[in-house]
Design a protein around this ligand. Structure first.
Ligand code: SF4
Ligand code: SF4
Length: 372
């Protein structure tokens, strides 16, 4: 998609709240054994090892595009185990969507990185669990993966692929400033924190009810979230301050400000190619092939703290309000339209966008040079 086509497409999508996002689990197979995840190779949760079929995946991507999805995050299991990963990335890019991959980094050898670059990938999220390489490798069950991640970061930097450390908040991180030092040492410049997941009700297995690493009391988790918030000036942290504050309110069971866009602007597709509003939700919308005709879900849900859905909801809140206002204006409902635009949450979200501008600008620059 050309430089001009992107903003034109975004304007076209504004009446439906702007471009949407979808996480797609292209396999349920993983080569790691993270304590806080039920995809782990040594747990018995994966009954049938599955990789999504490439041709069906492409048909599904066509439907996602029609429904306004422009950002696709390929997850797993471990997505680099999918034999057609680079073809899926290339199809997504050619379709006009921006793919990213979340990986444990174990298979990020030079050849794969070059192939992903050729396919048009611009963003890689690489998981890190601890300030200590040794503890990280032990939790992952992936010896020497930190060396590989360090080399991958260097190669990605040379090729213009943005890498972002993806860190699940867990008890291996006793010292957050130390974690940021270790991320720098590994070659990261940006980090995104995932909030611990004790339960998911969809087919996604990236949670654990039994792991002590993510067994937090309210006070402990609030303390960790506040610490991350306090470090935003020290390192490029993608989670916005407003989003961290919303999650603190969630943990404390206080009133939520931002309705989640899961089911409207954000979705989860699993390794059966079934689509859910999010990974927390127990019932699927249907097969991805039925999604073309299914209504969006907008019920103001704030039931969970699934990070990508909740963090995105804060940032795209104003775009959703503009879409709602435009819909009302088309029906001549001027007062209602003004109500959408005048919501306090919009001002808070816009303030956040201004505060986060330097991070977003940096990421947008990566997009335009080859995307985030
Ligand atoms: S967190 Fe990722 S790498 Fe670890 S077991 Fe789960 S899917 Fe595999
Ligand atoms: S709040 Fe949680 S359960 Fe509700 S839509 Fe968002 S991600 Fe799904």
């Amino acid at each position: 998609m050309s430089v001009l086509q992107q903003p034109i497409d975004a304007i076209k999508l504004l009446p439906m709240g702007g471009p949407g996002i979808c996480n797609i689990a292209i396999t349920n197979v993983c080569n790691a054994k993270c304590d806080f995840c039920n995809y782990a190779r040594d747990k018995m949760f994966v009954k049938e090892r599955l990789w999504v079929d490439y041709d069906r995946m492409c048909q599904g991507l066509d439907i996602l595009y029609e429904r306004g999805i422009r950002y696709v995050t390929l997850v797993g299991g471990e997505p680099t185990l999918h034999p057609k990963l680079k073809e899926i990335v290339a199809y997504t890019v050619n379709k006009g969507m921006r793919p990213s991959i979340v990986t444990n980094g174990s298979r990020l050898g030079s050849a794969l990185i070059n192939e992903l670059k050729t396919s048009g990938l611009k963003t890689l999220f690489i998981s890190i669990d601890s300030p200590s390489n040794e503890e990280h490798e032990k939790n992952r069950g992936l010896p020497n993966v930190c060396d590989r991640i360090k080399e991958a970061n260097q190669q990605c930097k040379r090729l213009g692929i943005k890498t972002i450390a993806s860190v699940t908040i867990n008890k291996l991180i006793e010292d957050f400033p130390k974690l940021l030092d270790s991320l720098k040492e590994l070659g990261f410049e940006t980090v995104n924190f995932a909030y611990p997941k004790r339960v998911l009700n969809s087919s996604a297995l990236s949670f654990s009810q039994t792991s002590e690493l993510i067994n937090y009391s309210t006070d402990e988790l609030v303390q960790a979230l506040e610490k991350i918030k306090s470090l935003k000036g020290e390192f490029r942290i993608l989670n916005s301050s407003e989003s961290l504050a919303e999650i603190v309110r969630f943990v404390r069971q206080e009133k939520q400000i931002y309705s989640c866009v899961g089911g409207y602007k954000y979705f989860y597709v699993d390794y059966h190619l079934d689509i859910y509003r999010c990974d927390y939700w127990p019932t699927k919308i249907g097969s991805i092939f039925e999604f073309r005709d299914r209504p969006f879900v907008r019920d103001g849900c704030t039931k969970c703290m699934s990070g990508c859905y909740r963090d995105a909801s804060v940032l795209i809140h104003p775009a959703v309000s503009v879409g709602d206002a435009l819909a009302d204006l088309r029906q001549g409902k001027l007062l209602s339209a003004m109500g959408h635009l005048g919501k306090r949450s919009n001002f808070l979200s816009l303030k956040t966008l201004v505060q986060e501008w330097s991070t977003l600008k940096k990421l947008a620059k990566t997009h335009s040079q080859g995307d985030l």
